[in-house]
Structure formats: structure tokens, C-alpha cells
Write a protein that binds this ligand. Structure first.
Ligand SMILES: [Zn+2]
Ligand SMILES: [Zn+2]
Length: 202
């Protein structure tokens, strides 16, 4: 049986439920420049990123996320035409998570902001791996490549979600059109360059 965890953006206008079971979650800290850029885009670098620029991400089937209230605040941005979809609550610029397109029904929930501080380890399980550490702001202990266990858990989430038809239940894409339910803002070259300069200067 899944555990249900109530999530909310910082101001509370957007909220919903995460249906969680530990086996279905792959929790990582990602240090990549794009994740850092998203935090800077939201003007949230100080509360989203750790002291090395890492984002706490819980990868799971997108169907595990339910939005109960405040859907009209949902916003989406992409760093480029081919960038992943980065979702946030526009009311208070709280990051929600990152998804692929309709056919990739997973989400990397940015749990650090949606989960009550102090609850994350209990709710999401321990951080399994640290990824993209080459882009971290300092040397990371125990850094390596992308560990096989994490890749395996990630693949299981995707395959499981596809087999169960999870993309039809996930809240971020319209099942009929396969398009995101809000039109993403896509950064142009100048906007992206300016944002990356902020990441580099941080
Ligand atoms: Zn809010
Ligand atoms: Zn990343």
C-alpha cells in the first residue's frame, strides 16, 4: 500500500499528495549546471541548492504526484527547445520537479521544498547517489559516475510507469494531445547565457 504524503508550495496555494513507496523512489543529489540554473531562474538558489550547488531530487513515476489545489499556479520552463520540462508553483516560485515529455512518465520531484523540512529522509528514503558531481561548486565526498544501482532504479521507474499507463494519470501532460498542460516558457540564447553566468558566478 502506498504512503500518502501531503505536499505544498511555500505559500500553500498549490498543494496535493505524493503517493509514495520507498521501492519506487530514486533519491539523488544532482549538481548539474542545468539544475543550478533552474534554482537561479526562480531566484531560489539559496534555499534550493546545497552549499555545493546540489539539488535534492526524488525520481519517481509522475503518476505519484497529485495536484489538489492551485493548478492555475502551475508554470513550466525549459532551458532550451530540447530541455526537460521544469515545473514550479508560480504563486511563490517554489520548484516542483522536472519531467521528460509525455512518453517519459517520470518526475524528479524537488523534494527539499515540497516536503516539510526534517521529513525528507523518512518520506523519500536516504540519498542513494550524487550525480553530475563534476559541476559541483566544491569537491564531493564519495563522488563517482552515475552508479549502476541508480540507473537500474531509474529504468524500473520508467518501465513500470509505462507498463501501468502512468502517463495517462500524471498531472503535467494532457493525455489526448500529449502536450504539457501549460505552455512552457523556453529561454532564448541570450536569456540562457545570462542565467548560466549567474550559475558560474554563484
Ligand atoms: Zn505558492
Ligand atoms: Zn541536474
Amino acid at each position: 500500500m502506498d504512503n500518502e504524503y501531503a505536499w505544498a508550495c511555500e505559500c500553500g496555494a498549490m498543494n496535493g499528495v505524493l503517493a509514495l513507496e520507498a521501492a519506487g523512489i530514486n533519491r539523488v543529489v544532482c549538481y548539474c549546471g542545468d539544475c543550478q540554473a533552474f534554482a537561479h531562474y526562480l531566484d531560489r538558489a539559496e534555499d534550493v541548492l546545497d552549499d555545493a550547488g546540489g539539488t535534492d531530487i526524488a525520481q519517481m513515476s509522475a503518476a505519484r504526484v497529485t495536484i489538489n489545489e492551485g493548478l492555475d499556479h502551475l508554470q513550466c520552463m525549459r532551458l532550451s527547445e530540447s530541455g526537460i520540462h521544469r515545473w514550479y508553483a508560480g504563486c511563490c516560485r517554489t520548484p516542483i520537479g522536472n519531467t521528460g515529455g509525455y512518453g517519459m512518465p517520470f518526475i524528479g520531484v524537488i523534494g527539499a521544498k515540497l516536503i516539510t523540512p526534517g521529513d525528507a529522509d523518512d518520506v523519500l528514503g536516504p540519498v542513494g547517489s550524487k550525480i553530475q558531481t563534476g559541476s559541483a561548486k566544491r569537491e564531493i565526498d564519495g563522488a563517482g559516475g552515475f552508479p549502476l544501482g541508480a540507473i537500474w532504479r531509474f529504468m524500473r521507474i520508467i518501465v513500470g510507469a509505462k507498463l501501468s499507463g502512468a502517463q495517462k494519470r500524471a498531472p503535467f501532460f494532457d493525455a489526448a494531445s500529449k502536450e504539457p498542460i501549460v505552455v512552457p516558457v523556453i529561454l532564448d540564447e541570450a536569456e540562457r547565457t545570462a542565467l548560466m553566468a549567474k550559475v558560474a558566478a554563484a
